[in-house]
Design a protein around this ligand. Structure first.
Ligand code: SF4
Length: 425
C-alpha cells in the first residue's frame, strides 16, 4: 500500500470525490439527514445512471454513491446541483460536517426543534471562510434532547439541548469532556464559530496541527478554550450514552416511525427508491438518515410498518437484536483498492456466530486494512485483512499490533468464538 492510497484524515465529498476500487466515491452531506422522497428518487436514479447502483450510508449519516465513472462524474454533479444537493465549492462542502437528531421537527419528546439551528450552523460554516481551515474530519453535533437523539455520538463540538429550570439551553461539549458551557439555542452558530476559531488559533503554530478537539483540550485546557470563545457559564454534565439504533416500529405519543437498516450501511439504489415510495404513500414523504447507518421513515403507522418490513425482506435489518448490528465492516474488496479480503461477505458469515447473540454494541470489526474506516473506536475483536487473510487484534483498533496472523474465514470464526467467550455480554 502506498502513502497516496492510504490517506488518513482526508474526507472526500461530491466535488472532491475519492478514487476507490470500484470507481469514484461521491459523498453527499444531506442537511440534518432530512431527505425528501423526491430527492431520494433523484439520488437513486443518478446512482444507477452514473454509478454502480450501490449507496453506502456512513457513520456520519452521509450518502456515498459508489462506482461513479470519471467520465460520468461531471454529469452526475450537474444533475445533483440542479436539485440543490451539491455545495457551491469543495471547501464549503468539506466543512459542513454536522450530525443532528434524526427525528427533528417530528419528535414530541424533543425539547426544541433543532432544524433551524442546524441550517444556521451550516450556513455559518459555509460563509465563514476562516472556518474552512478546519481538519477534514472535524465534526459538529446538534441534539434536540428527545428520544432517539444523537447525544453521545462522537463529535468535536456538540450542542445538546437540556432543561435548566424553565429554560431549554444547549450544553456545549468539546469532545467527551464533562464540563460544558451553557448557551441559548440561537447562539449555537456563533459559539461553534468562536470555538472552532479558538481551536485553529491554538493549532496554528504547531509542527503537527491538531486533528481533533480532544487533543486541543488536553493540551490547552477546556476552561481556557471556553474563555477564548467568550463562553462563561460552565457546569458539569455527564455525557449521555449514545442510544441503540432505532430499528423496527416505534411510537412516541402521537407520532410513530419505522427504522430500517442495511448490513454495514450498504443500500441498493432500488431499495432506497422503494423506501421513498413507502414514505410518500404511508409516511411524511421523507426519509431521515442516521449516524447508526439506519434510515427512519417518519409517520408510518403499525400496519404500514409491517408492510414495509415484509417488503424489505431478510436482507435488511428491522430488529435491534439482529446480530449484524454487532459487526462493523468496511466495503473491502472489490470496492476499495486497499483491501485484499471480501469484508462484507466474511462479516455476514461471522454475524451468524451464536456467540454474538444477546450482546449489545459493536463487538467485532472486520476491516480491509489497518486504516479501520468502518469503526475508528476500539472493539473487542478486530480482524484486519492482509494478503488475503486476517490479522487478529483483541480489545483494540485496526491500527494496533495483531496477536495472531494468517487467519482464513474458518479459523477467524473459531478465534472470534474463543475470544468472545471470555467477554461479558
Ligand atoms: S479500512 Fe477498508 S475501506 Fe478503509 S481503506 Fe482500508 S480497506 Fe479501504
Amino acid at each position: 500500500m502506498t502513502a497516496s492510497t492510504l490517506v488518513k484524515g482526508w474526507c472526500p465529498g461530491a466535488l472532491r470525490p475519492m478514487e476507490s476500487g470500484d470507481g469514484l466515491l461521491v459523498r453527499l452531506r444531506i442537511t440534518g439527514g432530512v431527505l425528501s422522497a423526491k430527492n431520494t428518487h433523484i439520488i437513486a436514479k443518478a446512482s444507477m445512471q452514473h454509478g454502480n447502483g450501490l449507496i453506502d450510508l456512513s457513520s456520519r449519516a452521509n450518502l456515498q454513491l459508489r462506482g461513479v465513472g470519471d467520465t460520468n462524474w461531471p454529469q452526475l454533479i450537474s444533475e445533483l446541483s440542479r436539485h440543490g444537493l451539491i455545495d457551491q465549492d469543495p471547501d464549503a462542502e468539506a466543512v459542513r460536517n454536522v450530525i443532528a437528531s434524526p427525528l427533528a421537527g417530528h419528535n414530541p419528546t424533543a425539547l426544541i426543534d433543532i432544524k433551524p439551528v442546524v441550517s444556521a450552523l451550516e450556513s455559518r460554516l459555509i460563509e465563514d471562510r476562516a472556518l474552512h481551515a478546519l481538519p477534514g474530519k472535524f465534526g459538529f453535533l446538534v441534539d434536540d434532547g428527545g428520544a432517539f437523539g444523537v447525544a453521545g455520538q462522537t463529535a468535536d463540538i456538540a450542542f445538546e439541548a437540556e432543561k435548566h429550570g424553565d429554560e431549554t439551553l444547549f450544553n456545549v461539549r468539546l469532545g467527551n469532556a464533562e464540563t460544558v458551557a451553557l448557551i441559548a439555542p440561537e447562539q449555537a452558530p456563533n459559539a461553534a464559530a468562536a470555538l472552532a476559531l479558538a481551536f485553529l488559533k491554538t493549532s496554528k503554530n504547531r509542527d503537527k496541527p491538531f486533528k481533533k478537539m480532544v487533543d486541543c483540550v488536553n493540551e490547552f485546557g477546556l476552561i481556557s478554550l471556553f474563555e477564548t470563545a467568550g463562553l462563561k457559564r460552565l457546569e458539569r454534565r455527564a455525557q449521555r450514552q449514545s442510544v441503540s439504533p432505532a430499528l423496527g416500529w416505534h411510537s412516541l405519543r402521537e407520532f410513530s416511525f419505522l427504522g430500517i437498516g442495511a448490513p454495514f450501511g450498504r443500500w441498493s439504489a432500488n431499495s432506497l427508491s422503494a423506501l421513498a415510495d413507502i414514505a410518500a404513500k404511508h409516511g411524511k414523504n421523507e426519509l431521515r438518515l442516521t449516524p447508526w447507518r439506519a434510515i427512519l421513515l417518519p409517520g408510518l403507522d403499525e400496519n404500514a410498518a409491517k408492510l414495509a418490513i415484509e417488503h424489505a425482506g431478510p436482507n435488511y435489518i428491522t430488529n435491534a437484536d439482529d446480530n449484524r448490528l454487532r459487526v462493523a465492516a468496511c466495503p473491502g474488496r472489490p470496492s476499495c483498492k486497499n483491501a485484499t479480503v471480501h469484508t462484507h461477505n466474511d462479516a455476514l458469515a461471522f454475524a451468524d456466530l451464536r456467540t454474538l447473540e444477546g450482546r449489545s454494541g459493536i463487538r467485532l470489526h472486520v476491516s480491509g486494512c489497518e486504516k479501520g474506516c468502518a469503526h475508528p473506536a476500539s472493539t473487542n475483536i478486530v480482524l484486519v485483512g492482509r494478503n488475503g487473510l486476517y490479522d487478529l487484534i483483541l480489545n483494540g483498533k485496526a491500527s494496533d499490533a495483531p496477536i495472531q496472523s494468517g487467519l482464513n474465514r474458518q479459523t477467524a470464526g473459531i478465534a472470534i468464538e474463543r475470544a468472545l467467550e471470555g467477554v461479558k455480554r
